[in-house]
Design a protein around this ligand. Structure first.
Ligand SMILES: [Zn+2]
Length: 430
């Protein structure tokens, strides 16, 4: 069967949602057009950051931007800005958008939906002859997913200056291609990349629409929700070291088995997050056992604990609790423990001022509002370190994302665009 995201989206569309200049059919056809770039045999999307597919998707959006009368600029990181001049162009602008890159064999909504929602607001304004007070820019951030270099949010970090040059230049992909080489492949340069920092006095607010990638909205039976904060990840690399030995010849009393310690540690930290807050989480998803033999007592176990919360103090409190737990368990089993923080990104709680205004917007449109945290990082997390941000989530079917099965109904998407447009016109544009 031929790939047709458009037909699938339109099948269940309630066309009464096309009003006020916002057109569900246009949104569907654009999601479809992007879905064909990097389409995999499984019906997924394959547009890694700084690939020719990502560049092609950007080019397509740029074409729509220019048809909508936007002035397009591109910075040294390949971030694209389509600007609609406001009545008061001297005022800091409102930015809205997301990304068009994907994880390998990912879905068709994570990223493109945010960019196209922001663009749909312009289309609606054009249709109604509306000019905002502040200038408005639709933005496409480069390489949000970071699939190629295990290091994402690249475009938003470049724009806000949150880049460690040494780390960034040291990155290589699995084919040993350096980050600098990858930039060159798509016509960018290291020099341009490291000079992409924008004067953020020019920007008053950033608002991002994104799929939820979780099940909360589905459970609440709501098309969209308001993000209360974006969790910042903290990664703790923990190594338990004991004594490797033969599984048959070493009596139980004489063992220093780091895998027993790691096992108890993993199951214990499952219960720690709720001690610090209702939104905190901790996960061990990666564990490396050495030498990893069926009849060998392990000598060393490396693991990474991913710890997140939308509040920095409780997130850091949890890091502390997890470290104490690792120490205690290492003692109990006579093994050594070494802990090292390898990643630490500050979370962004979204100011109640903005979540309140979003709640009003939902209610004015006759929609129920619900606040929920974002456990995943987004460009709004990085931008939010420096300027006020807000974020809207669209319901995800079965909470699935980063796979070809990722799905949000066109009804849910279009309702969210109505919220976005109304929110900007009424509250953010002032
Ligand atoms: Zn995304």
């Amino acid at each position: 069967m031929e790939w047709n995201l458009y037909a699938q989206l339109m099948e269940e569309y309630d066309s009464s949602l096309t009003y006020d200049g916002i057109d569900g059919e246009r949104l569907a056809s654009r999601l479809h057009a992007i879905s064909k770039i990097g389409l995999t045999p499984d019906g997924g999307s394959q547009r890694p950051g700084f690939s020719k597919e990502e560049k092609q998707a950007k080019a397509l959006v740029k074409q729509w931007m220019s048809e909508a009368g936007l002035t397009i600029t591109e910075d040294g990181a390949g971030n694209v800005f389509g600007r609609l001049e406001g009545k008061q162009p001297g005022l800091p602008a409102v930015l809205s958008g997301s990304h068009v890159d994907s994880v390998p064999n990912g879905g068709h909504f994570d990223g493109p939906l945010g960019v196209l929602s922001s663009l749909e607001v312009v289309e609606a304004w054009n249709e109604r002859g509306y000019q905002p007070e502040r200038s408005y820019e639709v933005v496409i951030f480069s390489d949000e997913e970071g699939a190629r270099f295990n290091n994402g949010l690249t475009g938003s970090r470049a724009m806000t200056g949150e880049v460690d040059r040494e780390i960034q230049e040291g990155l290589v992909d699995q084919n040993d291609v350096s980050f600098g080489e990858a930039l060159k492949e798509v016509g960018l340069s290291s020099e341009g990349f490291f000079n992409a920092k924008r004067n953020l006095d020019e920007v008053s607010h950033f608002v991002e629409v994104h799929i939820e990638q979780g099940r909360i909205l589905e459970q609440k039976n709501l098309p969209a929700g308001i993000v209360s904060g974006i969790a910042g990840p903290s990664w703790l690399e923990i190594t338990f070291e004991g004594t490797a030995g033969h599984a048959g010849n070493t009596p139980m009393t004489e063992r220093r088995d780091p895998l027993v310690a790691a096992g108890e540690f993993v199951s214990n930290i499952h219960y720690l997050p709720k001690e610090v807050s209702r939104t905190a989480v901790a996960t061990v998803g990666k564990l490396n056992v050495q030498p990893n033999g069926a009849n060998v007592i392990a000598g060393k176990v490396h693991l990474i604990v991913d710890i997140r919360d939308i509040y920095e103090d409780t997130r850091d409190q949890l890091v502390e609790l997890v470290t104490q737990q690792a120490d205690r368990i290492a003692d109990k089993y006579g093994v050594t423990m070494e802990g090292k923080q390898i990643l630490k990104v500050a979370p962004v709680p979204i100011a109640p001022k903005y979540t309140d205004l979003l709640q009003h917007t939902f209610n004015n449109l006759g929609m129920d509002s619900h606040l929920l945290p974002s456990g995943a990082g987004h460009d709004a997390l990085i931008v939010g370190h420096q300027i006020p941000v807000s974020m809207l989530f669209v319901r995800s079917k079965d909470g699935i994302s980063h796979t070809p099965e990722e799905w949000s109904s066109l009804n849910d998407c279009v309702q969210t665009v109505h919220v976005l447009k109304r929110y900007i016109e009424t509250h953010i544009n002032q």
